[in-house]
Write a protein that binds this ligand. Sequence first.
Ligand code: E4P
Length: 218
Amino acid sequence: MKFFIDTANLEQIKEANDLGILDGVTTNPSLMAKEGIKGEEAVKNHYKAICEVVDGDISAEVISTDYEGIIKEGEELAALHPNIVVKVPMIKDGVKAIKYFSDKGIRTNCTLIFSAGQALLAAKAGASYVSPFIGRLDDISTDGLQLIEQIRVIFDNYGFQTEILAASVRHPMHIIDCAQIGADVMTGPLSAIVALLKHPLTDIGLEKFLEDHKKNNA
Ligand code: E4P
């Protein structure tokens, strides 16, 4: 399973990248706003800065919601760097735009997926990735992981090449469950990624090893 980090924070992106396990980055307008990045040029420059840090797919989201606007914006974003994947919302004009981009060889990530039907439609339009938001489904007492399972079965039934990018990951168990189900990618915060490292028995064991070494070499 590929690991993407879901942030626009360059420090966190660098930290995850330095771990040597990072395959890409996802951002969205809310994450850009959180970092105080505003204005078209600043946003584009930020995407370029991310591309300089991480050698992997970088999702850049369009703001337009009409077909012509999505195409114009998406083409501009795709021209920024070969690793840019145009993030398009799951709306009617978005699906049409994904088909256009797919025909042109521009890679897309269909975002805001909350049902298997939406994922199927995006895959048929030729999306490179679909992003089911598991955490936001969990938030409304709906099983987000069940959606990943459903999409996995559907994509495998028909051999869709579209990758399942489990998004809105909130904690390490989401990552482990996604890996068990067979999601192709997960995108989550640095906290969830780093939490995978942790086990109290590792800390206790290491402390004991170091203590014994010290005694033995005193
Ligand atoms: C996906 O690409 C989105 O950026 C993201 O995963 C949304 O997560 P959230 O529900 O934590 O905002």
